[in-house]
Design a binder for this molecule. Structure first.
Ligand SMILES: *[C@@H]1O[C@H](CO)[C@@H](O)[C@H](O)[C@H]1NC(C)=O
Ligand SMILES: *[C@@H]1O[C@H](CO)[C@@H](O)[C@H](O)[C@H]1NC(C)=O
Length: 519
């Protein structure tokens, strides 16, 4: 009897253990089904060991000529904190650690000033004499990416990318190709600002390397801080550029409490008479391949390239100054590339087409797409969230106010009349742009539904269903071609101040993440 009892007990125990294992596996699978997967290297901008880089582009997303003594316009600030239990030198700071009480942290930079100063003049000594000033910048981005690289699954990643661009174009110099083909000089016209020879210069970029400070109010806490700033006005007094009238200026400063919360990226952008069309974005770019608008191999933060419809983008945005009526502030800007026949881009600028879509939240931006006279600025159709598609001539149902404009790729052969071709010069290749405005039709995707939402003194944390929205948007493809899978190698936000001088924009971005949802 005893024996039997024991046997029964042990088989009961075996059953319990077996049952518990099954339960754990079952709960585990439930959790993983619902768990969010981030597509980026630093989900929510929480990682103390920052990785950030900056790039500057001219009107056609190239360099053409470096700014004097500034090197190639690619710079990076990447560091790791080294903890140790002893005070080693003055660079050390003390911070509380719940386990060891006080620990010294030392900030170790991975990119030094020599790396950041690398210029086309160094190409020969680096064995890169075959590169020109444009391809050298692309090479430098890969080099900095290599120095900053973080091993991760499914892919290593590099850095956040701050992007600067000036829209000046010297049309008499024919520097930018037209839809990816060599262009002819033409007289300066109102579309393109230019004050004369050299108007497409790269900005001067200055770097405040990240440092660790003790917190002013809480001496036991430490703060991390760094930044880039500069101007396009090459003759400006940099110490006054921020406040001086008619002097272009940009700055991005990042700061964070050590071990806590998100990085805050504080942006400032100011235009001048000579540089009235400027852009400043914070981008999460793909870590390999070409990204939206950039026809060279790129480095970035997106260790997985998000694919429609399966991703969301989350971030906090605090707009403090709007940048004037022509500031096209992009709550969200997504960039991709595919050919009109549905093939993926391969770097052939004559057939690759950049595709952009942007949600503009400046309430001053009006809908230009309308059925009376400007149908050519409307996409051919709108698809509602429930899948119903309405043609732009259906005046009763088409949501005209949801669109700022649509423009078509300059190399598209079968466009529906009437249409407008996008700027043929402002990209290394042809481009297509679809700009949307706050409207109830986008509410389904978590986007603003009313003008003014998320604008000045209305800071918000957004969770945008960019994946599902971007699946539903109209983009051109040749009739009969297989609809492409839409991958988005560049996801960014920031402002494009369009041709207006002495405008000032200021905003703060934090908590950024791209979340991949299950297929
Ligand atoms: C700033 O400069 C512009 C261009 O020279 C000028 O029109 C404007 O009046 C100036 N503004 C101030 C406040 O001085
Ligand atoms: C889909 O939504 C649109 C706009 O709300 C509406 O007009 C249409 O009737 C809906 N279609 C279906 C099939 O529910």
């Amino acid at each position: 009897m005893k024996m039997l009892n024991n046997n029964m007990t042990s088989s009961y125990l075996r059953f319990r253990v077996f049952f518990q294992i099954i339960l754990v596996i079952y709960l585990g699978s439930l959790l993983s089904c619902n768990s969010e997967k981030s597509a980026i290297g630093d989900p929510g901008m929480k990682r103390d060991n920052l990785r950030v880089a900056i790039e500057a582009w001219n009107q056609c997303n190239e360099v053409y000529e470096e700014a004097p003594n500034m090197g190639s316009p690619r710079h990076a600030d990447c560091f790791d904190l080294q903890k140790s239990n002893h005070r080693s030198n003055v660079l050390c700071f003390w911070f509380s650690d719940s386990k060891t009480n006080v620990v010294a942290a030392k900030l170790v930079h991975l990119v030094n000033e020599l790396d950041n100063k690398l210029s086309i003049n160094d190409a020969k000594s680096l064995g890169q004499e075959n590169l020109n000033v444009d391809t050298y910048a692309a090479w430098k981005e890969l080099f900095l990416g290599y120095k900053c690289q973080v091993q991760d699954e499914p892919n290593p990643w590099n850095f956040w990318m701050i992007m600067l661009k000036s829209g000046n174009m010297d049309s008499t110099a024919a520097i930018c190709p037209k839809n990816g083909k060599p262009s002819q000089p033409f007289p300066q016209d109102s579309r393109f600002p230019c004050f004369g020879k050299g108007c497409m210069n790269m900005p001067r970029i200055y770097h405040d390397y990240s440092t660790l400070h003790s917190h002013k109010e809480h001496p036991k806490m430490s703060k991390l801080k760094g930044g880039f700033h500069g101007t396009w006005d090459l003759d400006a007094d940099m110490s006054k550029a921020k406040t001086q009238n008619d002097t272009s200026f940009f700055s991005v400063t990042w700061h964070k409490t050590l071990g806590k919360g998100s990085w805050k990226f504080h942006h400032v952008l100011k235009t001048s008479t000579k540089y009235p069309w400027l852009m400043l974005y914070l981008r999460s770019d793909a870590t390999t391949g070409v990204s939206g608008g950039y026809h060279y191999e790129t480095r970035g933060m997106s260790k997985m390239v998000p694919k429609s419809p399966n991703f969301k983008v989350r971030f906090t945005l605090d707009v403090r100054k709007g940048g004037g009526p022509n500031s096209q502030f992009y709550l969200m800007d997504i960039g991709s590339c595919w050919k009109n026949n549905g093939q993926p881009c391969d770097g052939d600028v004559t057939t690759d087409v950049t595709r952009y879509s942007e949600m503009i939240i400046n309430p001053d931006t009006e809908s230009w797409c309308n059925p009376k006279g400007n149908l050519k600025l409307c996409p051919p159709y709108h698809t509602f969230a429930n899948g119903t598609r309405v043609h732009r001539t259906d005046e009763a149902r088409f949501p005209y106010d949801a669109y700022h404009l649509h423009c078509a790729p300059g190399n598209a052969k079968y466009l529906e009349e009437p249409f407008t071709i996008c700027d043929e010069y402002s990209n290394p290749q042809a481009q297509e742009i679809l700009q949307i405005l706050p409207h109830p039709v986008w509410g389904e995707y978590g986007y603003p539904t009313k003008k003014g939402e998320g604008w000045i003194s209305d800071p918000r944390t957004w969770e945008l269903d960019v994946g599902r929205l971007s699946e539903s948007l109209y983009f051109y493809q040749d009739p009969g071609s297989k609809p492409v899978e839409r991958h988005w190698p560049s996801i960014d936000l920031g402002t494009e101040i369009y041709v207006s001088s002495n405008q000032l924009a200021e905003w703060v971005v934090s908590d950024f993440d791209i979340i991949v949802t299950d297929e």
